[in-house]
Design a protein around this ligand. Structure first.
Ligand code: CTP
Ligand code: ZN
Length: 153
C-alpha cells in the first residue's frame, strides 16, 4: 500500500499518541485514562487498523495533553506493547514504552462480591500487579484473564 493511501487518523499538533495498542483495546485505554470526551478533549481513535508489527493494532491520539509516565503505565495491564509518543509542534519529541506499575489504584474493581471494596464502602480499589495478573490488596482475589473486564467505567 502506498503512503498516500495509508493515513487513517490525522497527525496531531501537540499531545500524546498511544500507538501499538492490542487490537480492540482502544476503548479500554480511554476508560483507564478517564477520557470520555465530556471535558471537550480532542481525541482520535483507530481500531483494528493494519500494522507492520502486530497483525492489527489500535491507536489513540489525544490532542493538547501530554500524558505522564505514571498515567500511561497502568495501560501495561491491557496494552503491554504500547508505545507512547509525545508530540510537540507536529514532531515526536519523546517515545517510550509503558512499564508495569507495582500497584494500580482506583482503576479496576474487584470481582469478589464479598470484598470490602464491593460493599459500597468509601474504599479506593487497589491491586498489586503480578507477573501474570493482578491481586486485590483487600481480599487477595487474583485475576489472570480478562483484566479489561474489571476496568471501572
Ligand atoms: N504521529 C501523529 N502526529 C504527529 C506525529 C506522529 O499522530 N504529529 C503518530 C504517527 O502517526 C505514529 C506515531 O505518532 O502513529 C509515532 O510516530 P513516528 O515515531 O513518526 O512513527 P514510527 O516511526 O512509525 O513509530 P514506531 O517506530 O514507534 O512505530
Ligand atoms: Zn477484593
Amino acid at each position: 500500500m502506498s503512503d498516500d493511501h495509508q493515513l487513517r487518523v490525522s497527525k496531531i499538533k501537540s499531545g500524546t499518541v498511544i500507538d501499538h495498542v492490542v487490537g480492540g483495546q482502544a476503548l479500554n485505554v480511554l476508560a483507564i485514562l478517564g477520557i470520555d470526551g465530556k471535558e471537550g478533549e480532542e481525541v482520535s481513535v483507530g481500531i483494528n487498523v493494519p500494522s507492520d508489527r502486530l497483525a492489527r493494532k489500535d491507536i489513540v491520539k489525544v490532542e493538547g495533553r501530554e500524558l505522564s509516565q505514571d498515567e500511561v503505565d497502568v495501560l501495561s495491564l491491557i496494552a503491554p506493547d504500547a508505545t507512547i509518543n509525545i508530540v510537540r509542534d507536529y514532531d515526536v519529541v519523546e517515545k517510550h514504552r509503558v512499564d508495569s506499575p507495582d500497584v494500580v489504584e482506583d482503576v479496576l474493581s474487584c470481582p469478589n462480591p464479598d470484598c470490602i471494596t464491593a460493599a459500597g464502602e468509601p474504599v479506593t480499589s487497589r491491586f498489586e500487579v503480578l507477573e501474570d495478573g493482578v491481586r486485590c490488596s483487600y481480599c487477595g482475589t487474583i485475576v489472570r484473564e480478562s483484566i479489561a473486564d474489571l476496568i471501572d467505567t
